[in-house]
Design a protein around this ligand. Structure first.
Ligand code: SF4
Length: 462
């Protein structure tokens, strides 16, 4: 067992697979010094295989079985395949992480030949679940290729019989009825960006006419009307200007009928580094923003308005179930390459989208090869295996002793970008500080407020 002190005199104790109990500190002292803990403490800790009688081997077998169940997805690599169909974009967002190109520059579009080779990789991966996500630039600027890939993938899947799904990441400014008809016919989900109220969104996400927010909102309404609410989701990015208005951002989602929001910090990759403060505002300020936002979401739910904070829901699944939600930033081994992989417009293959963004600034660390290399060569390359094994949390100093290790993950791209090291020094890691802050906050909330505990539990079991 591993433990972490909370702000009161209580501690959270976890086992190898993330099951947990919260105890008074004195009670844990009784356990570890061989004293006289309460019978209820012994029952709770034995049920989670945190303690056992010396002759009792069953708890070890049970724990091993839980760990095997949790890690079974590792045999199912790779389920998420991201196609960068173009670098062209009609937006000039302040935090853009790729080298967007002007809309007239067709040489920055993926070709059918490249897409065909990339599809060879998609179907070479052993995963039964295959999700193809189209990205840009603005992906709808190359909608003809999206249509071609969808039809070709469905044709290939006629023999393969995988569980095939499609997502288009788009700012929705250019969506039209013909595109929506195609999405409806092929059950394609649209994922868009919405940073909050109009003034904040349009300040961050600039386009001719300053109408990005109006077009995104109109697009969300059109997708909802044509395909249904389950076929559109929105993501926000937190900028300096967002930090003092989490409530307004969340309310803008609720007003649109959206029932989930992912409170995301800005990432220190690619061209986002040009933002003030290198794009890396103080982690404590972001945590304050997150706590205020989550408190507001809890109050909305208490008042009867359903709203989920998606990062908290992912963590709740780890806290309260033995299921791994498979979120690529919170897995160990890391999700790069084996959880998701990126095919760039020019045929380059990257271990993750952040790796592609780093490449835009000249750092090719996460470029694994091209679509013309074999799947086995890509998956077996040291450029992928080195960051995977070097960042494996059970053997990384700091993480190996951390009570939150089963809920956390390895992020070799973040630590390479910020510390030039795949594992990273956790005392200096903004990733670690952010997650420690959120894990601690969620445990304390659930420990002190039964409504919040039930809410997190319901998010975990959705
Ligand atoms: S990154 Fe930090 S919070 Fe996550 S497991 Fe490692 S030490 Fe714990």
């Amino acid at each position: 067992m591993r433990f972490h002190a909370l702000s009161s005199d209580r501690v959270v104790v976890t086992n190898l697979v993330g099951e947990h109990v919260v105890l008074p500190r004195a009670e844990l002292d009784e356990v570890v010094t061989g004293g006289r803990p309460a019978p209820a403490t012994i029952t709770a800790m034995r049920a989670r295989q945190m303690i056992r009688a010396p002759e009792d081997t069953l708890p070890l077998e049970l724990l091993a079985m839980k760990l095997r169940t949790q890690k079974r997805r590792l045999a199912e690599l790779t389920s998420l395949h991201m196609f960068v169909v173009t670098l062209r974009c009609e937006h000039t967002c302040r935090y853009c992480q790729v080298s967007r190109q002007a809309t007239g520059r067709g040489e920055f579009d993926m070709t059918q030949e490249t897409a065909e080779a990339a599809l060879g990789h998609v179907f070479a991966s052993p995963s039964q679940q295959l999700k193809i996500e189209f990205q840009g630039g603005e992906s709808l600027l190359n909608f003809d290729l999206i249509k071609w890939v969808v039809l070709r993938a469905e044709q290939l899947n006629h023999d393969e019989q995988r569980d095939l799904a499609f997502v288009i990441a788009t700012n929705l400014a250019l969506v039209d009825d013909e595109m929506l008809d195609f999405c409806a016919e092929h059950q394609i989900v649209l994922s868009t960006s919405l940073d909050g109220p109009a003034d904040l969104h349009n300040h961050n996400r600039r386009r001719p006419g300053q109408d990005s927010w109006q077009r995104a909102v109109e697009g969300i309404r059109r997708v909802t009307a044509r395909l249904g609410p389950d076929y559109v989701s929105a993501l926000m990015t937190t900028t300096e200007e967002s930090l003092d208005q989490p409530e307004a951002i969340i309310n803008s989602y609720a007003e649109l009928g959206l029932t989930g929001i992912f409170l995301r910090p800005i990432s220190p990759y690619g061209f986002a580094l040009r933002l003030r403060g290198g794009g890396r505002y103080d982690t404590q300020r972001w945590l304050e923003f997150y706590r205020r936002g989550l408190a507001h979401i809890i109050e909305l739910n208490r008042a009867g308005t359903p709203m989920t904070e998606i990062y908290a829901a992912i963590i709740a699944k780890k806290m309260f179930t033995n299921d791994d939600p498979g979120y690529v930033d919170l897995t160990s081994p890391a999700g790069i390459g084996i959880g998701g992989i990126v095919y760039n417009y020019d045929g380059g293959i990257y271990a993750c989208d952040e790796g592609r963004m780093l490449a835009e600034t000249g750092d090719q660390t996460f470029r694994l090869g091209t679509v013309h290399d074999s799947w086995a060569d890509i998956m077996g390359s040291h450029k992928l295996l080195d960051p995977l094994w070097e960042s494996f949390t059970l053997s990384v100093p700091g993480c190996d002793q951390c009570a939150f290790e089963p809920w956390c993950g390895a992020d070799p791209t973040f630590h390479h970008a910020t510390q030039n090291d795949f594992a990273g020094h956790k005392a200096l890691s903004a990733f670690c500080a952010r997650n420690t802050g959120i894990f601690t906050y969620l445990v304390e909330l659930a420990d002190s407020d039964s409504f919040v505990k039930d809410l997190l539990y319901s998010w975990a079991h959705r």
